[in-house]
Design a protein around this ligand. Structure first.
Ligand SMILES: *Cc1c(COP(=O)(O)O)cnc(C)c1O
Length: 819
């Protein structure tokens, strides 16, 4: 076997069925401490996970050693979130041992799918941003970038969502309860992280002005490593997650005073830093714990990164040649100030040289243009928690503004706009501006989003540093989102065009000509039908809703947010319901409308939208006049595992955000890749999906981003829009008057008011008629199954661009300079 480069430390483990059966039984006994007679399915899962982990690990250490020997440039992807999902099946597939392990488990008398279902998913993220981080890690390992992820090992990840009486109820997800078989604790890799204290200014022996941060409190960050195998299993990269631990000295202070209880209580307090993921997509305003979490993982990661660099190098000016640091949104933007602090205060590097090194290492990915989601921190909080960093921010700002003033004399408005400090309504540090001036590249995540970045929130920076802002359109990993999630379609594709599409997704183009082949269309439609059967079985078993699998599966799954406009979807559902009720001769295309997604616990409107969906489902699903022609299903606890079940079963993908608000979207890619047609706005990656698959194979509608901006400037008259459209007026009237909430008729009044008297900021009433027209086109197309399937095949065939392998290759070439 030539599986490993370099001399193997131990003989390579066997991948044949017999070796795997032996490994499973050994782990069941020696790792889990059970025998087959008393082992549960979870015990078998643990044995399987360890069997797989062994086979991942044997390529992991050699990969890291190789990077060290070759002195490779490392790419560090810093993200507060990694929405990983389950690991077992994905690792089996990437290692190429899925069939053998499945057979081995079956031969040992266990049901493989039942065993795999016991895995608790790693949900260390909210939604798209965290899932992107996970897809990029998979792609970095697959295409061979020396990529390291850094994040936080939250004790509690994303909450579990239950639906009680139609309302969202959150419960904490103690995902580590049974242990995490994929991680390696590294008690020896532990760094101090400091908070508070004060700054002392002095002159050193050479007369240089120096600063020292003293009297700070200390918390320790301990590493947990998770191996990340690429497809093929040869490259296994590392995801390092930090967990907070109290310092020993901290305890001793109390122990010496004889206060044991106080010591233990304090220990708990410092360990709250990595206790829980903030469950709000986009906004986490002003929470000190959140700010401390950000610095905690930044400070630990920087110490680790610089420590690794210093093992091979003493010349700091080489840092940008050996280290790329990608900031996933502004959450790790403190990297800029921290790297400056370490270089200047701890290694006595001259300020301007430190600035140059920092900028050449760092790059920043922006994920949103929504003003309420742009991170700022109050200066007084910053001062209290990170006094030295605030000084550094001020100094950087001073020099930056001086440069701007020199180039644009007299333009004080420009200075106010680009300053790192926002002055209006109490001073705040603008983290996006810190990230921009501390980076050599700033990227958006879809072409339209990058264009809007340049013309709106960062237009001044675009003028000051032309070329700094670039586009890197998001992608998703075809391993998880097609190969693993949709085995039926994967098999069909591989039968026809071979399996090179798995790592070269452009190969899917070869399916184009099969779109005109009737036998292939039949096979493709049968796959979709089987996937719909699987989803229907789940919905029947877990939710007690029986749906017609012949009906069009109309799917909107994503975080619940006003800008994503689940309410617009609801308005279509209610209109459809009204049409069916008022016209018995209608003969509509049967639809199953599937909606899923979590609301941030403090986001009242989003939670009310969930309740409205469930109230409507209750009425519609029980109306005998409607029968099987319309069903509404809210799928609870939308997470990666649910997505893997839902994406392959979707006929119609709802991507209906107000144009200009969804930076990219990746759910749109997953569904299209699995043969759904998209109904969507000219927003995010929808625009580029359209360029690839063709407008005739999608249902795009609505105001463009430009038209949205104009309409808002001119003032949108929602009342007039409602008055002009009787169907819209009727739908709003039913919702607002309590037709779907007879037990509390005014329950949904607020949702209607937002649209009618609240300004309708997201312009639902403006897009409604166009959306309805697009839905009519959907129905017409679905009535011709051959045409529908043809379009679905063309969607799959033309999704090559949206592989995260392409995304990573672009980052590597144009930002990281790392092959
Ligand atoms: C892909 C994905 C998302 C992102 O979906 P969008 O439609 O792009 O917002 C969110 N959550 C989960 C679980 C996902 O898999």
């Amino acid at each position: 076997m030539t599986k490993r480069i370099g001399a193997p430390v131990v003989p390579l483990l066997g991948d044949d069925v017999e070796s795997i059966k032996y490994a499973l039984s050994s782990h069941l006994l020696y790792t889990v401490g059970k025998e087959p007679v008393n082992a549960t399915a979870r015990d078998w899962f643990m044995a399987a996970a360890h069997t797989v982990r062994d086979r991942v690990t044997e390529h992991w250490m050699p990969t890291l050693n190789r990077y060290y020997q070759d002195d490779r440039k490392r790419v560090y992807y810093l993200s507060m979130e990694f929405l990983i999902g389950r690991t077992l099946v994905n690792s089996l597939i990437n290692l190429g041992i899925y069939d053998n392990v499945r057979t081995a488990i079956t031969e040992l008398g266990q049901d493989f799918d039942e065993v795999a279902a016991w895995e608790v998913e790693a949900a260390l993220g909210n939604g798209g941003l965290g899932r992107l981080a996970a897809c990029l890690l998979d792609s970095m390992a697959t295409i061979g970038v020396a990529g390291f992820g850094y994040g936080i090992r939250y004790d509690y990840g994303m909450f579990t969502q239950h639906v009680e009486h139609g309302w969202q109820v959150e419960s904490p997800e103690n995902w580590l309860r049974y242990g995490n078989p994929w991680e390696f604790p590294r008690p020896g890799v532990i760094y101090p992280v400091r908070f508070g204290g004060k700054v002392i200014h002095y002159r050193d022996a050479l007369g240089h002005a120096r600063s020292q941060w003293v009297d700070a409190e200390e918390v320790m960050a301990m590493a947990f490593d998770v191996p990340v195998p690429g497809y093929g299993g040869k490259v296994v990269n590392n995801l390092r997650l930090w967990s907070a631990k109290s310092t020993r000295e901290f305890d001793l202070k109390y122990f010496n005073a004889g206060n044991y209880i106080e010591a233990v209580r304090d220990k708990n307090e410092s360990e709250t830093l990595s206790k829980v993921l903030y469950p709000s997509d986009m906004t986490d305003r002003g929470k000190e714990l959140r700010f401390k979490q950000e610095y905690f993982f930044v400070a630990a990661s920087i110490q680790d990164i610089l420590g690794r660099f210093r093992k091979s190098h003493s010349d700091w000016s080489l840092l940008p040649d050996k280290v790329a640091i990608q900031l996933n949104d502004t959450h790790p933007a403190l990297v800029v100030a921290e790297l400056m602090r370490v270089l200047v205060d701890e290694h006595q590097i001259e300020w301007s040289k430190a600035g140059d090194i920092t900028r050449r290492c760092c790059a920043y990915t922006n994920h949103t243009l929504l003003p309420e989601a742009l991170e700022t921190w109050p200066v007084d909080l910053f001062q209290r928690v990170l006094p030295r960093h605030l000084e550094i921010v001020y100094q950087m700002n001073h020099e930056f503004l001086q440069g701007v003033r020199y180039r644009h004399p007299g333009d004080s408005e420009l200075l106010r706009r680009v300053s790192l400090i926002a002055e209006e309504g109490g001073q705040r540090v603008r983290m996006a501006h810190l990230a921009v001036i501390g980076s050599h590249k700033v990227n958006g995540v879809a072409a339209i989003h990058t264009g809007l970045m340049k013309s709106t929130i960062f237009s001044d920076f675009e003028h000051l540093s032309p070329g700094k802002i670039t586009n890197k359109t998001n992608g998703v990993t075809p391993r998880r989102w097609l190969l693993a999630a949709n085995p039926r379609l994967s098999r069909l594709i591989t039968e026809k065009i071979g399996d090179s599409w798995i790592t070269d997704l452009d190969q899917l183009r070869k399916l184009e000509k099969l779109a005109d082949n009737k036998a292939f269309r039949k096979a493709f439609a049968e796959v979709k039908r089987a996937n719909k059967d699987s989803l229907a079985a789940m919905m029947s078993m877990r939710l007690g809703v029986d749906v017609d699998v012949e009906s069009l599966f109309d799917v909107q799954v994503k975080r619940i947010h006003e800008y994503k406009r689940q309410l617009l979807n609801v308005l279509h559902v209610v209109t459809r319901y009204n049409r069916i009720r008022t016209n018995p001769l209608l003969n509509p295309v049967p639809r199953t409308v599937i909606i899923g997604g979590k609301a941030a616990p403090g986001y009242h409107i989003a939670k009310l939208i969930i309740k409205l969906i469930n109230d409507i489902a209750e009425v519609v699903n029980n109306d005998p006049q409607v029968g099987r022609t319309l069903k509404v299903v809210f799928v609870p606890n939308y997470n990666v595992s649910t997505a893997e079940l839902v994406m392959p079963a979707a006929d119609l993908s709802e991507q209906i955000s107000t144009a200009g608000t969804e930076a990219s979207g990746t759910g749109n890619m997953k569904m299209s890749m699995n043969g759904a047609l998209t109904i969507g706005t000219w927003d995010g990656a929808n625009v580029e999906i359209c360029e690839e698959v063709g407008e005739e194979n999608m249902f795009l509608f609505g105001l463009t981003a430009q038209e949205v901006a104009r309409r808002r400037m001119d003032g949108h008259d929602a009342q007039a829009a409602v008055a002009a459209n009787p169907e819209l007026a009727h739908a709003l009237d039913l919702i607002g008057s309590g037709f779907f909430s007879p037990d509390q008729p005014d329950r949904h009044r607020q949702l209607v008011d937002i649209l009618t008297s609240g300004g309708d900021h997201y312009l639902l009433t403006a897009d409604y008629p166009l959306y309805m027209a697009a839905q009519d086109r959907v129905d017409q197309t679905y009535r011709d199954p051959e045409d529908w399937t043809r379009k679905a095949i063309l969607n799959v065939a033309r999704m090559g661009k949206f592989s995260s392998d392409r995304t990573v290759a672009e980052y590597a070439r144009e930002i990281w300079n790392a092959i």
